[in-house]
Design a protein around this ligand. Structure first.
Ligand code: FES
Length: 105
């Protein structure tokens, strides 16, 4: 069991518990000011866009080409922070990871 710290679109901070192997997108859909995740994690909508704090972003596996292409098309793309939360699998090394949900587009 570990945790992530998420700032939602209203600026409210949430601490969420996760198990290794959990998809980070899932609990973000439950937040009232969370993500839409319209494609359900198929890496085709970018409505699960988050800004991962740089120290944590460096610990993530690099984005695949399809994730990167989608992110670069968003209005709020940030080169060193933008990720699709559906493409992040929680693991022990991500315990304590902090990120902010990107603005709605
Ligand atoms: S949920 Fe659609 S790209 Fe992540």
């Amino acid at each position: 069991m570990g945790r992530i710290v998420v700032t939602d679109r209203a600026g409210e901070r949430h601490e969420i518990k996760l198990e290794p192997g959990d998809n980070v997108m899932d609990p973000l859909r439950e937040l009232s000011n969370g993500i839409e995740a319209l494609c359900g994690g198929m890496c085709s909508c970018a409505t699960c866009h988050v800004f991962v704090e740089p120290e944590w972003a460096a610990k993530l596996e690099g984005a695949q080409d399809d994730e990167l292409e989608l992110l670069e098309e968003t209005e709020n793309y940030r080169k060193d922070e933008s990720r699709l939360s559906c493409q992040i699998e929680f693991s022990d090394k991500l315990d304590g990871m902090r990120f902010t949900i990107a603005p709605e587009e």
